[in-house]
Design a protein around this ligand. Structure first.
Ligand code: 6PG
Length: 467
């Protein structure tokens, strides 16, 4: 199989980093960007890689500059710019050429675009790229969706530029059309959950114990040496330790407490709910970002809505308890994420290899953590009902650390400290392990007001109550 020649449209932060990464692995890369000066700046800063980068001044020129078969990577903002780029490319492509969308696109858009490009006689890949600028430059994790015919000519290039976990490239062809972007969306949902769990623990230490950021930082650095080892715990330690060069204050203390979001966390929740899956920890994280943006209201409400518990001083949170709480919260967030992947894989017939997903998340991506190797192994083994939480590895681990999570959440709630994600984790755990739930009553109510019927424990068929 001939390896495709590479082109990049959109040389912003991520596009530039990926182009340099490809050049470093020996590939010539044709570049096009609406603002041509950005390409000049990239080539000027590329040093010895500059000869591998070719500036082109139009989309047609980009295609002409590339030998066939071509693979043209779109690194433009998700949404309309992707469609505009595709429409500009189509008249110039030849048989065997592939358009690759490397942005955070909605997987449904990717499904639509795949059909559109294939109908025009060309190939299309939706590729979720994770790892931020640093990852894109030195090794991202990549989640690929599309046909095998589209994947094969670029497999070698993507494997070369990807992160490696003990030599294993963190890139995989996961299924057709939208599969790659769906997996990336769920990756981001888990990313939101993990970030929120971490932020809540930071909040307990800051607002519960009155500890300053530089005093909290070493704790995260220590945790990053243990069971919580992960990219997000690691950068949390660094962010908390940083000082604002302008004021000399801890950097976090001068950052406005409003979190942005571009949509992937919200999409994860929307798709999960649509498919009848619980994504409660991810939902809590999305909800917390929403409330964070309502800063004006929060500032007024602090004086009006009082904490009636009278608890304004918190005993110390046990640090080992906080570590355990984060660990269980993270495991349950991954578990919810993988259930959403399973639901989508079943619905769309993608046949996603969950172990492979965990494997390509072990390095390069934002949610990389030491847990992912164990998750991959759990999925490679005999997993009851494909349920991570029931695995021989994770069930005992959860059982061991659940009491600390319960203690942390109880104390936080008694003292009026917000822990949406941690509380969702414990609530989800308590519900999923309850053999006899309370939906008997829900069914009774539904039958009472709507004659909906219910199943009986002691007889087949649909039944009604005596109301
Ligand atoms: C990654 C990140 C990256 C980006 C997301 C989340 O995997 O490298 O997920 O894709 O950070 O767009 O962004 P928001 O927090 O703005 O939604």
């Amino acid at each position: 199989m001939t390896t495709a020649s590479m082109g990049v449209i959109g040389v912003g932060t991520m596009g530039s980093a990926l182009a340099l990464n490809m050049a470093e692995k020996g590939h010539n890369v044709a570049l096009y960007n609406l603002d041509l000066k950005t390409i000049d700046a990239l080539i000027e800063s590329a040093g010895e890689l500059a000869p591998k980068l070719k500036k082109t001044e139009s989309i047609e020129a980009l295609v002409t500059a590339m030998p066939s078969p071509r693979a043209i990577l779109l690194m433009v903002p998700a949404g309309k710019p992707v469609d505009l780029s595709i429409d500009a490319l189509l008249p110039h492509l030849e048989e065997g050429d592939t358009i690759i969308d490397g942005g955070n696109s909605d997987f449904r858009e990717t499904q639509r675009r795949t059909a559109h490009v294939e109908a025009a006689g060309f190939r299309y890949l939706g590729v979720g790229v994770s790892g931020g600028e640093e990852g894109a430059r030195h090794g991202p994790s990549m989640m690929v969706g599309g046909t095998p015919q589209a994947w094969e000519p670029i497999q070698e290039v993507l494997e070369a530029i990807s992160a490696k976990f003990e030599g294993d490239p963190c890139v995989a062809h996961l299924g057709p059309d939208g599969a790659g972007h769906f997996v990336k969306t769920v990756h981001n949902g888990i990313e939101y959950a993990d970030m929120q769990l971490i932020a809540e623990v930071y909040g307990l230490l800051r607002d519960g114990e009155g500890r300053a950021a530089p005093d909290i930082a070493p704790l995260f650095k220590r945790w990053n040496e243990g069971a919580l080892q992960s990219y997000l715990i690691g950068i949390t330690g660094e962010v908390l330790a940083a000082t604002d060069p302008q004021t000399g204050k801890p950097m976090v203390d001068v950052i406005v407490d409003k979190a942005g979001q571009k949509g992937t966390g919200r999409w994860t929740v929307i798709e999960a709910i649509r498919m009848g899956q619980s994504a409660s920890i991810i939902e809590a994280a999305v909800g917390a970002r929403v409330l964070s943006s309502e800063r004006d209201t929060r500032q007024i409400a602090e004086d009006i809505l009082k904490d009636a518990s009278g608890c304004d001083v918190v005993d110390q949170f046990d640090e080992a308890d906080l570590e355990s709480a984060l660990l269980v919260g993270r495991i349950l967030a991954y578990a919810q994420g993988f259930r959403i992947l399973k639901a989508a894989s079943d619905e769309f017939g993608w046949d996603i290899d969950y172990a492979r997903v965990a494997e390509i998340w072990r390095a390069g991506c934002i949610i990389r953590s030491s847990l992912l190797d164990d998750i991959a192994q759990a999925f490679r083994g005999d997993l009851p009902d494909d349920r991570l939480i029931l695995s021989d590895h994770f069930a005992p681990l959860i059982n061991e650390h659940i009491a600390p999570l319960r203690r942390v959440v109880s104390k936080a709630i008694l003292c009026g400290l917000p822990v949406q994600a941690l509380a969702s984790a414990i609530a989800w755990f308590d519900e999923i392990r309850q053999a006899r739930g309370t939906a008997d009553l829900i069914q009774g109510q539904r039958d009472f007001f709507g004659n909906h019927g219910f199943e009986r424990l002691d007889a087949e068929g649909a039944h009604h109550g005596p109301w």
